[in-house]
Design a protein around this ligand. Structure first.
Ligand code: NAI
Ligand code: ENO
Length: 295
């Protein structure tokens, strides 16, 4: 049998996603010979050592990437430019630089200009996660049965793209490729707008008068609970996503606002047919999603 996919795999950031990758590599022998993990805060470094999912825990980002044949950025997307400035001079020629960030246009904007010659950039986004964060939250099966989207650069190295795709297939993902602009539009509607709405509706409920708010929290029916699960997500990560997918997110929010105003008008004027039509359409689409998942 041939050796693992990567000789030395370096993870910059070892929270939910980074630690899930490390745990996966530990569980499967065919991904990495050595796993190096770097993170910024001393307390997180200490916790990673305790959890023991990395072979090497390195406090210096530049030293962490030295000699790695694959580096995966697993930090909030707003930290990419700063991290890249630290690591770029230390990336070995032939190294694959990839990531897991939730936005892709900004990632290419922040990484590509600093890419040293001979280093191959292959941006990636596993469409898998939870509302939990940090190194304790990760688990090796996180990516199973989920999509991972690659947004390769035009003219990028095919062998590097194939290797990153193979890595995600070994993680249990189905791999798709698209351009970064398409990716950013798709995730704006399926992921970023739902998070924006979930954060907002929690605040809207919290703004209610004391008595009503008390009742809302006590009686929060499963609908409100299901709908707002994702509002428990990490602050830094979501601030960075909103700011780095601004145009696509604002476009989807404008469309949503227009559509919700149309429904509000129908409610105001008692237009049952319009209301029923919107509910039927929503039901049809949601049921279709579940059937697709089961197929
Ligand atoms: N949480 C989720 O469900 C998903 C997240 N993503 C993306 O994955 C990336 C990581 O997210 P999570 O693992 O969920 O976050 P997390 O908050 O669990 O972990 C982030 C890690 O990066 C470290 N970090 C932050 N800034 C740093 C810096 N400048 N230098 C070094 N380390 C730094 C933090 O200390 C932490 O260990 C983000 O870009 C996010 O958009 C992608 C798919 C799903
Ligand atoms: O918790 C959930 O359901 C999520 O939606 C997780 C998630 C968050 C960010 C991503 O870029 C991808 C997936």
């Amino acid at each position: 049998m041939s050796g693992p996919l990567f000789r030395r795999l370096c993870l910059i950031g070892a929270g939910l996603i980074g630690s899930s990758i490390a745990r996966l590599a530990r569980e499967r022998g065919d991904i990495a010979g050595t796993v190096v993990a770097h993170t910024r805060k001393p307390e997180t470094l200490a916790r990673i050592r305790e959890l023991g999912f990395a072979d090497v825990v390195e406090e210096d980002a530049a030293r962490a990437v030295e000699g790695a044949d694959c580096v995966i950025l697993c930090v909030p997307v707003g930290a990419y430019a700063g991290v890249m400035a630290q690591i770029a001079p230390h990336l070995a020629p032939g190294c694959i630089l990839t990531d897991v960030g939730s936005t892709k246009g900004s990632v290419i904007r922040d990484l590509a200009p600093l890419l040293p010659p001979g280093v191959h950039l292959v941006p990636a986004h596993p469409m898998a996660g939870t509302e939990h964060s940090g190194p304790d939250a990760g688990f090796a099966t996180l990516f199973e049965g989920r999509y991972t989207i690659l947004t390769p650069l035009p003219g990028g190295d095919r062998a590097a793209q194939d290797k990153v795709a193979e890595f995600w297939r070994r993680a249990g993902s189905t791999v798709e490729s698209m351009d970064a602009a398409t990716h950013d539009k798709v995730v704006a509607i399926v992921s970023h707008l739902p998070h924006l709405i979930a954060f907002t509706i929690c605040g809207t409920a919290d703004d209610l008068a004391e008595e009503t708010r008390e009742a809302v929290l006590r009686f929060a029916a499963s609908g409100f609970r299901d709908f707002t699960r994702i509002a428990a997500s990490d602050v830094d990560m979501w601030r960075d996503i909103f700011l780095n997918n601004r145009d696509a997110l604002l476009e989807m929010l404008a469309r949503f606002t227009e559509d919700s105003h149309a429904l509000a008008r129908a409610v105001r004027w008692g237009q049952s047919d319009f209301i029923e039509d919107r509910i039927r359409r929503g039901r049809r689409i949601r049921r279709g999603l579940i059937e697709r998942k089961q197929a």
